[in-house]
Design a binder for this molecule. Structure first.
Ligand code: ADP
Ligand code: MG
Length: 404
């Protein structure tokens, strides 16, 4: 691995207050965790620390609460419950922890949602120092949040007595680096989901790396709007239409190098629409030009899904982040299902990442058939793009002896 960081597995942890930042941002419905892939991914790290008789203090975030306003809806309580089951021991949820956490050697305490603290997102120095005071060793293990410099991912690593990488983070970095070093061609990226503005900005760099880019979800809607198609009430980013148009124009001048592969950014030709966003909404298949003003595009259509599946069958490497539609509702899940199956069947080396992407893979029971599943979504895309992740950069700086 070209990154040089201290590793948790090289340190003596007995009796130490070991604060581990994990990515436990999982989907929750009615107080129950509906997909626990990320929690399961963190278990080996926690078990390693417990076995070493560390005092294990976990930090994590859930959802997007308003900072400084603890809301029941974003409580980590369901995560504590699921983690207790997986570890076979009680994991205490500490509601108020910034002034000190009581934790015995061999015990695990989960601190309530870090995003309830004012200053978390802004990487506030005072907040970061308060967190750092609670530990002897800070372990960054949350690959999924390593692309954000926040108090619990970056600031705390500046001020903790020791800052190192956990085994999950190290494994992710090594696996992705190896897979992307010399990818088999053609390389196809699939980007969907709902975080349109953050994801659209990485597409330009991603396009430079891949041979084709398949878009879905809110990203596809923005591209469809840029191509002059009506998108009605669909999730899309009007401010980003110009960027989408520029990317399409540039890509038109490029040869995919794929025989019969079509354009660099193939757009949907049919879509599944609804008049309301709900589990009961009626689904209609329409050609892209025929979306009504009051309608929302909630999935790619069957013709499009087949065409995209054909491209994936010929790929050498596939990188996937973001569901192609609202797969949580079955009538809008066919696009995601068809593409997930095509990825699973393709001989290509396949990499998938993202909280909801993992939930979709779990729903369609394809975990075994994807070559590498990353816990990261945005972090995963930025890594593919070739960016240095800030939470990793600070660990490197600490390992090199630079304090802050
Ligand atoms: P990930 O967590 O894998 O990075 P995102 O969080 O960006 O993915 O997006 C996932 C969400 O996007 C899903 O909950 C899905 O319902 C939603 N989504 C996908 N397509 C659409 C669409 N056309 N309109 C609205 N929401 C969509
Ligand atoms: Mg998500």
């Amino acid at each position: 691995m070209t990154v040089s960081v201290q590793r948790m597995t090289d340190l003596a942890l007995a009796d130490r207050r070991v604060m581990i930042r994990e990515d436990l941002n999982v989907p929750v419905k009615d107080g129950i965790v509906t997909s626990d892939v990320r929690i399961r991914a963190a278990v080996p790290t926690i078990e390693h620390a417990l076995k070493a008789r560390a005092r294990v203090i976990l930090l994590a975030h859930l959802g997007r609460p308003e900072e400084g306003v603890p809301a029941e809806e974003f409580s980590l309580a369901p995560v504590a419950a699921r983690l207790s089951e997986l570890l076979g021991r009680n994991v205490r949820l500490e509601k108020s922890w910034l002034d000190g956490v009581k934790c015995e050697p061999g015990e695990v305490v989960l601190c309530e949602n870090v995003r309830f603290n004012k200053g978390e997102k802004k990487n506030d120095e005072r907040l970061s120092r308060r967190m750092a005071q609670l530990c002897d060793i800070f372990v960054m293990d949350a690959f999924g949040t390593a692309h954000r410099a926040e108090a619990s991912t970056h600031g705390v690593a500046r001020f903790a007595p020791v800052a190192c990488a956990g085994p999950l983070l190290v494994n992710e970095l090594v696996a992705l680096e190896t897979a992307l070093e010399n990818p088999a061609r053609p390389m196809i990226a699939i980007v969907g989901g709902s975080k349109v503005s953050t994801k659209l900005t990485v597409l330009e760099a991603l396009l430079a790396k891949v041979d084709q880019l398949i878009v879905g979800g809110g990203i596809a809607n923005t591209f469809l709007a840029a191509a002059g198609h009506p998108v009605g009430k669909s999730l899309h980013e009007p401010d980003m239409i110009d960027i989408a148009r520029k990317l399409m124009d540039e890509s038109k001048r490029r040869d995919t190098g794929v025989a019969g592969g079509g354009s660099v950014i193939p757009l949907p030709t049919d879509v599944v629409v609804a008049r309301e966003f709900s589990e009961q909404a009626e689904a209609d298949v329409k050609p892209v030009g025929a979306v009504g003003q009051g309608e929302m595009i909630l999935d790619i259509g069957p013709d499009t899904a087949e065409r995209f599946a054909g491209l994936l069958a010929r790929a050498g490497t596939i990188v996937w982040n973001g569901p192609l539609g609202v797969f949580e509702f079955d009538q809008f899940g066919e696009g995601t299902h068809t593409l997930a199956q095509a990825i699973a069947r393709s001989p290509a080396f396949s990499l998938a990442g993202g909280g909801d992407t993992l939930a979709a893979i779990e729903k369609y029971q394809l975990e075994e058939d994807i070559s590498y599943i990353s816990t990261g979504g945005g972090a995963f895309l930025e890594f593919v793009e070739g960016k240095k992740l800030p939470a990793v950069a600070i660990l490197e700086a600490r390992a090199a002896g630079a304090g802050t």
